[in-house]
Design a protein around this ligand. Sequence first.
Ligand SMILES: [Zn+2]
Length: 626
Amino acid sequence: MANPVLPSSGALSPLGLDAVRLAPGFWGDRVALNREVTIAHAHEWMEREGWIGNFRGELPRRGREFSDSEIYKLLEAMAWADHPDFAELALTVVKAQEGDGYLNTRWSGSRYTDFEWGHELYCYGHLIQAGVARLRTHGQDAFTEAVRKAADHVCRRFMDGTETCGHPELEMAMVELYRATGVERYLELARRLLERRGLPALGPIHLGAAYFQDDLPVRQATTLRGHAVRALYLACGAVDVAVETGDDQLLEAVRSQWERAVARRTHLTGGMGSRHADEGFGEDFELPPDRAYAETCAGIASIMLSHRLLLATGEVAYADLAERTLFNVLATGVALDGRSFFYSNPLQVRVPAEPSDGINLGHSGGLRSPWFAVSCCPSNIARTFASLGSYLAAADPSGLRIHHHTPAVIEGAGLRVAVETGYPWSGGVAVRMLADGRGRLSLRVPAWAEGATVGYGPAQAGDLARREAPFPAGARDEAAARTRIVRDATPGYAVVEGEWRAGDVVTLDLPMAPRWTFPDRRVDALRGTAAVERGPLVYCAESVADEPPLADLSARLAPPVEHAGPSGVVELEVEAVLGERVSAGWPYSSRPAQPATTGTSLRLVPYHRWGNAGPATMRVWLPTAG
Ligand SMILES: [Zn+2]
């Protein structure tokens, strides 16, 4: 089955990519853009920067020590997307492999001499994930043979001993290769790498052992810590090992780490990471909006972890966090034209960034860049969109569960359905049976969707199928009126069970009124502020060109007003007041600032769309007036 994560057991069973066919809509459009634009864009830049030339032996070698991994992530994206450029690029990689299976363009000749920073095993991890993608979409070929040869080399070299890699990644890749091939040594190596870490297994570095999660054995840790992407990839590998070996204690350890990190170390957007110096989680409640790091890769890794925990447990909270992160980190990470990317995703930008068409040496997050010196995020975005269908729905023992509502045709658990919706702009979701069938249909009702309703029963022909998203006003009511039953649906799953006839429609109505959201007082950087959310989307104020600066504004907590923006987008407007400045010379005073009185209004756009109209200032958390 074509899917990046196929556990042999768990509460839910994934569906193959061919069983979830995305139609035009929020995610379908982005998946198509990824296939048509972003993959080729990344391919061009990797060629231009010489990272592909490294595999041809071109000298001098170019790029960072981990640049091979970008080619592998691109190959993974191409494999999932059935992209025509896969074969040639894969052949370039295969030709660089050494006789014993070793494959790395940076460390050939000085193998395994820098476990802390060398990223050699990390690169194998991405190579193996690309190989699994090819195996599951195409079957064996020269590339998958090379991947097996590399994996066998790694097993021979690292099965015994105490070494591991400074960057986790190989663990989950080896488990997946085991799942794809049935060869148990791959699982065993993953298990050993995991158990070795934290004993410790790596040498001292200036950022400290927690940076690469070598301060504690993974099952003793109580939260996610250190470098966010490393921490989340390690946790993914731990879930995979736990599921395949029946290690409930290990699974519980990761679940409690997830829970604590979500409760104390996660931005409103789902972004993770507060510190720029080590790209790391900070302390609990250290979540400053302007210094948020929230690397796009960390968001993707969080989606990967939540997905694994969802499959293992069936608990809906994991899908809720995945949705928040999909809409507010993954969708933010790439521009609307598919050709530029955010590396970090702060929740406030004070100064408009300088536009540039060239490579970005930093990760500031002020403006999307076409490429980076460290370009982990674009290739990660490409492979995630290319396999996005695998995250949307799953089967449980009695039926089909739809976790993410977007236009698609989904086949699984004996049901074949078409999902029609304008979500996230409208809250109406219609799931139409395309064939007679029997079974349970479970539709996720997000945690914010208090007051949702579900309706089900026969629908007349001429129906919802041909309507374009978003749902025209009234169509939903009309559909609801024809159904036999409408009832409340509480957050969790709306479950409808029965015998289905082709044409039957289940409707889910999610309340989409914009809402104010307030931070826990312990997030001291956010005291006295509030943010606006609508459905799964976080909104932000964006100030482009000659619009007034955002620093002086305070928002009134009146209900935000909706406006129709471009291409069906819902924009919002909130009442605001302009603040008083204390003084020009010294920004502190012996008296508190007087309440502001000059009224104005503030336009809010979905956070994932900010920065598409050129350099801008931006803020998600708005100081509140009064
Ligand atoms: Zn990245």
